[in-house]
Design a protein around this ligand. Structure first.
Ligand SMILES: *[C@@H]1O[C@H](CO)[C@@H](O)[C@H](O)[C@H]1NC(C)=O
Ligand SMILES: *[C@@H]1O[C@H](CO)[C@@H](O)[C@H](O)[C@H]1NC(C)=O
Length: 481
């Protein structure tokens, strides 16, 4: 948590309009002053800031919030380094970054760069000096934002001329003279290069910074995090590709710094998720090979987890990539990973991924029983038919690996294992029978889950998760006979 930076009693700015992308509210002059100050301390944005700031600012903050709460009944949002959704009616501390999430239609807020970087005791003193300066009322700000938006809109104002001779009628209000004129506000914003940016412009800027040699690792990590947020939108992820960003991200996967590897895998996985265009571009750029190599070479388990996430997103609904995955030894790589992971998290992810791949292919052929109207369907079936997943699973040891997951103590892990074992049965049933302990542990599990179902029935619950597991055990049991 980071302290609220506005002085006691001052009106806080409340953004009531859907404001596009980066808009800075309130105290712009103060921030500009800080920016040019000579005694600035640039605070490392990685983690430590919040804690320090909190310690230094806690007492004052609490008083401040109480004052405000009593005064105006304002719910003050506390931005963090992550984007968070802003609820209607919540007020914002000065300098917060605000943007509109076009997918959800909700406004999101995080700490502005200025808030993160330039917060030292000297600045707090300056902020206190600012107390005497009149501030914006929510309504004034709302009008100002609206007018700025109109001025910045090329459709409404092709030459983007900031001069606006039309006097704001509200200035005639007795209170209005307390507020800084709109022109001054706009000028401040222009000085801060905080004109409204589109997602495309933001991505261009992020990629350029990522591509340069000047950025530190910490900066790269935060650039990647911003990209990760943006590429959840289908269009943005495709823009990332057309701007040459994929190569940069794949380069990051190759990095010697595991944090960069992890964040790059995160961006890649998010860009690939449910995005066929990006899936194709990624395979063309050699992503499959890079992901498999990284899966083998990356050291910390949590990095492998993110790489696996990206790999699963690449393969999902993409038989061409699946075929190459199988033929390039992907299943061996996963088998090694499965054996390394004692904890079970990665094992469960891997088994779930295999299950998804098997059932995806099965569904494709089941759907084929209906009259086909989609001409691409035949091609898809043809591609899926070339993915020899079942056979490879049988040959590469998976028939004895997946049963190991049943030994987990987590219900969820066991459930995933059971589903995968059932799906793999066509290739594996002979090998299952060669592992007598598998039948024994199935019987033991069945007793355990029947007990759980029984105690739930006493409590009046039916059709529980546990009875679902009993059904899975029975289904698998039949296949072992
Ligand atoms: C990165 O820089 C290189 C060389 O300056 C350039 O060729 C390449 O297009 C840049 N990539 C991106 C994504 O900006
Ligand atoms: C990753 O590094 C290896 C060797 O260090 C190199 O051969 C490969 O081309 C690199 N891949 C990418 C995507 O940069």
């Amino acid at each position: 948590m980071v302290r609220v930076s506005r002085p006691p009693g001052a009106a806080r700015c409340r953004l009531l309009l859907p404001v596009l992308v980066l808009l800075l509210c309130g105290h712009i002059a103060a921030v500009a002053g800080h920016k040019s100050g000579s005694a600035l301390t640039v605070v490392n944005t990685d983690g430590g800031v919040g804690g320090d700031e909190e310690e230094e600012g806690t007492v004052g903050d609490e008083e401040e919030e109480e004052t405000v709460g009593a005064d105006e009944d304002l719910d003050v949002f506390q931005p963090t380094e992550q984007w968070q959704t802003l609820k209607p009616g919540q007020a914002l501390p000065a300098g917060s970054h605000v943007r509109l999430n076009l997918q959800t239609g909700q406004r999101e807020v995080k700490l502005g760069e200025e808030q993160l970087k330039y917060r030292t005791p000297e600045h707090r003193e300056k902020e206190e000096e600012e107390e005497s300066r009149p501030s914006f009322s929510p309504d004034e700000l709302k009008r100002a934002m609206k007018r700025m938006k109109e001025d910045l809109d090329p459709d409404l104002n092709p030459d983007l001329n900031p001069a606006d001779p039309d006097p704001n009628p509200d200035h005639q209000d007795s209170a209005a003279s307390r507020f800084r004129p709109l022109e001054e506000l706009k000028q401040d914003m222009a000085e801060l290069d905080l004109l409204v940016e589109t997602d495309v412009q933001i991505m261009g800027r992020l990629l350029q910074q990522l591509n340069g040699s000047a950025a530190t690792t910490e900066q790269r990590l935060s650039l990647l995090l911003e990209l990760e947020y943006l590429v959840h939108q289908v269009d943005n992820a495709q823009t990332l590709c057309s701007m040459g960003g994929l190569d940069l991200i794949l380069g990051g996967l190759n990095s010697s710094d595991f944090r960069l590897q992890e964040s790059s895998a995160f961006v890649l996985g998010s860009a690939l998720s449910s995005n066929p265009v990006v899936q194709v571009k990624a395979v063309e750029s050699g992503a499959l090979q890079t992901l498999l190599t990284t899966l083998v070479t990356a050291q910390p388990l949590h990095v492998k987890k993110k790489v696996l996430f990206a790999l699963a997103a690449l393969l999902r609904q993409f038989p061409y990539a699946q075929q190459h995955f199988v033929s390039h030894g992907g299943l061996q790589v996963l088998a090694e990973l499965f054996q390394q992971d004692g904890g079970g998290i990665l094992r469960t992810r891997i088994v779930t991924m295999l299950y998804d791949l098997i059932t995806e292919k099965e569904l494709m052929f089941q759907a084929g029983l209906d009259p086909v109207t989609d001409p691409a369907h035949e091609e898809r079936r043809r591609q899926y038919s070339r993915v020899s997943l079942q056979g490879e699973l049988g040959e590469k040891g998976w028939c004895s690996l997946v049963p190991q997951l049943l030994q987990s103590s987590e219900h969820d892990h066991r459930e995933k294992a059971l589903r995968a074992l059932i799906a793999m049965a066509p290739a594996c049933s002979d090998q299952y029978r060669l592992q007598p302990w598998l039948l024994d542990s199935l019987l033991a599990l069945r007793l355990q889950y029947q007990d759980l179902v029984h105690s739930e029935m006493i409590l009046g619950e039916e059709n529980s998760y546990f009875s679902e597991i009993v059904e899975l055990i029975d289904t698998l049991h039949v296949k072992l006979r």
